[in-house]
Design a protein around this ligand. Structure first.
Ligand code: COA
Length: 248
């Protein structure tokens, strides 16, 4: 499966790349499992000083795979998503994201756990949770208002309105907005810059900036409990069926 998630290490930087371009990098359960493994391994490795999350040109990530949602509703799939969210929140290495375009659902909310985000001009950050009968995840109900303010977080996380890259930068979710062609090199340069700093000082500084993590992990679990219930709701079932059955 691993070619749907590519993991490479170079010069102290681990790149975890979502690589399912034909589905805009929608995340399947095996992809979540591989990303969890790659994050946990990075956390435990002294050689890895920084992790970069990347997708492809035009698409960072279209969120969780809606076909998998449907399988979970039917009880045919055990979720490993929570493991990924815990690994993301508890990961000990600075996280840089290279967002080459399209960041939907968890493709947007995972950025709230990142330390440095580079996005392509024209990218929209979109979280259509309620339109799918779902609720915010990845502790975005906590980190979203804290980072964006309640008004912007509500429009994004509850109303499902896209947050354009420039607004995301003004709000403090994104560090740099650059031409699509420059996203990877810009993000990699930031990752290398971080990797070249004294690791102990970076680790402690980051820990102090991020503060207590228990509240974040508790919120991930609380959201997950409600999310699980919402997946089985009639609203969600109808939305999944509509997406999977749509005619183009
Ligand atoms: N789950 C499953 N498949 C997905 C997907 C997802 N989250 N996102 C995209 N895909 C699939 C599409 O079904 C399509 O598959 P097909 O070619 O076999 O029909 C393929 O990826 C390309 O997507 P397409 O819709 O043709 O691209 P687009 O550029 O017109 O639109 C999106 C991209 C992301 C806006 C659109 O695909 C979409 O709305 N996806 C759902 C996003 C979502 O709701 N995620 C979950 C949030 S909780």
């Amino acid at each position: 499966m691993s070619e749907q998630v590519l993991v490479t290490d170079e010069g102290g930087v681990r790149v975890i790349r979502m690589n399912r371009p034909e589905k805009k990098n929608a995340l399947t359960q095996p992809m979540y499992a591989e990303m969890t493994r790659a994050l946990n391994e990075a956390s435990a490795s002294a050689a890895i000083r920084c992790v970069m999350l990347a997708g492809g040109p035009g698409a960072f990530c279209a969120g969780s795979d809606i076909g998998d949602f449907q399988k979970r509703v039917e009880g045919g799939l055990e979720s490993v998503t929570i493991g990924f969210l815990h690994a993301l929140a508890r990961n000990e290495k600075p996280l840089v994201a290279a967002v080459g375009g399209l960041a939907v659902g968890i493709g947007a909310t995972m950025l709230l756990h990142c330390d440095y985000v580079v996005a392509a001009k024209g990218t929209n950050f979109t979280t259509p949770f309620t339109k799918l009968g779902l609720i915010p995840e990845a502790a975005s109900s906590l980190l979203g208002p804290a980072r964006l303010g309640h008004a912007r977080a509500f429009a994004m996380l509850v109303m499902g309105r896209p947050l354009p890259a420039e607004d995301a930068k003004a709000a403090g979710l994104v560090n740099e907005v650059v031409d699509a062609a420059a996203v990877e090199e810009t993000a990699l340069a930031a990752a290398r810059e971080i990797a070249a700093l004294p690791a102990g000082a970076v680790a402690l500084s980051r820990k102090l900036l991020r503060g207590e993590l228990d509240g974040v992990v508790t919120r991930i679990d609380t959201e997950a409990k409600h999310y699980q219930e919402r997946l089985r709701s009639n609203e969600a079932r109808a939305a999944f069926a509509a997406f999977l059955g749509r005619k183009k």
